[in-house]
Design a protein around this ligand. Structure first.
Ligand SMILES: NC(=[NH2+])NCCC[C@H](N)C(=O)O
Length: 299
């Protein structure tokens, strides 16, 4: 066959591979935790926003939950504040919380702006709006590290209302406690709580790592599909290290509470969301409940 012709067919093949996923996930909620390098690099940022907007336009109902990237530390330094630590843990005192909320608000609106630029209507809110995220103080290894909250309640009404009106919700992880104090929430935790509350079809984490490895020192051992049972085993056997541990715990928690699949993706890879969701093999680690590999179509 003519080489040009083959190239065209390859392109068509890519789109056809996406077809069953477009069908399957039509009108389904997908929560995207946006953080890490993909928030810092302008090119990657643009690509993530393009991916999420595309998901929206082909009929998914994406929700973005984002962190502050490196911006919060940068601003804490910029206003001349000395970060406080207790046992190596950063303390969120009242002033730090103030800066964090300002920065998150700024990041939130810049994401709204980028989505709007692509012709989709986005609404940026924090967990304070409409009582979306109600929190309690979270202790870290028994230590009080200030205004860091754990989500206790999610008011899904506001999310459903926005989705129904066809808006793309962009949420920053700030919430109120019962006395209406402001708390910062770990963005992974917030994404997980929201995905659980709306029983999302998918929860995708954009991280700075390819996915879950069997052996973290050997990148060739990336696990493509991981069942909850296997994930627990890897954790118990000490294969999972550092930041991946709480992340995997969040994944398991989401799946056991009604989310069908969780994806850990490398946000440093351009268009990682599209590559994961619209192809059979994906590029990161997909975590699922049981033995079934439900979304697979003959390899
Ligand atoms: N890392 C993987 N094995 N991914 C498989 C992805 C399959 C399918 N595209 C989905 O979104 O569910």
């Amino acid at each position: 066959m003519d080489k040009n012709m083959q190239q065209y067919l390859d392109k068509a093949q890519v789109l056809i591979e996406a077809l069953p996923y477009i069908q399957r996930f039509n009108r389904k909620i997908i929560v995207v935790k946006y953080g890490g390098s993909a928030m810092v690099d302008e090119e990657l940022k643009k690509q993530v926003i393009e991916d999420v907007t595309l998901l929206k336009l082909v009929g998914f109902k994406p929700i973005i939950v984002h962190g502050g990237g490196k911006e919060i530390s940068r601003w804490v330094g910029k206003v001349g504040m000395e970060p406080q630590f207790i046992n190596g843990l950063r303390v969120t005192d009242e002033e730090t919380m103030e800066v964090a909320e300002m920065v998150l608000g700024k990041v939130n609106k810049s994401l709204v702006q980028m989505v709007e630029e692509l012709g989709v209507h986005a609404i940026g809110i924090s967990g304070k709006d409409g009582g979306l995220l109600k929190v309690e103080k979270k202790l870290s290894n028994g230590e009080d590290i200030g205004f860091v909250g754990e989500v206790r309640q999610v008011n899904t009404d506001i999310i459903y209302d926005l989705l129904e009106k066809d808006f793309l919700p962009i949420i920053c992880p700030v919430g109120l406690d019962e006395h209406y104090n402001t708390y910062n929430i770990n963005a992974d935790d917030a994404a997980c709580a929201i995905a659980r509350a709306v029983k999302a079809e998918k929860l995708a984490f954009l991280t700075d790592i390819e996915g879950v490895y069997k052996d973290p020192s050997d990148p060739s051992t990336l696990i493509s599909e991981l069942r909850v049972r296997e994930a627990r085993k890897l954790m118990a056997e000490g294969y999972i290290e550092g930041g991946m541990l709480p992340k995997l715990q969040n994944c398991i928690d989401a799946i056991e509470n009604g989310v069908s699949r969780v994806h850990i993706l490398d946000g440093r890879i351009a268009h990682c969301l599209l590559l994961e969701i619209f192809t059979n093999k994906g590029i990161g680690t997909a975590i699922l409940h049981g033995e079934e590999s439900r979304y697979y179509h003959g390899e």
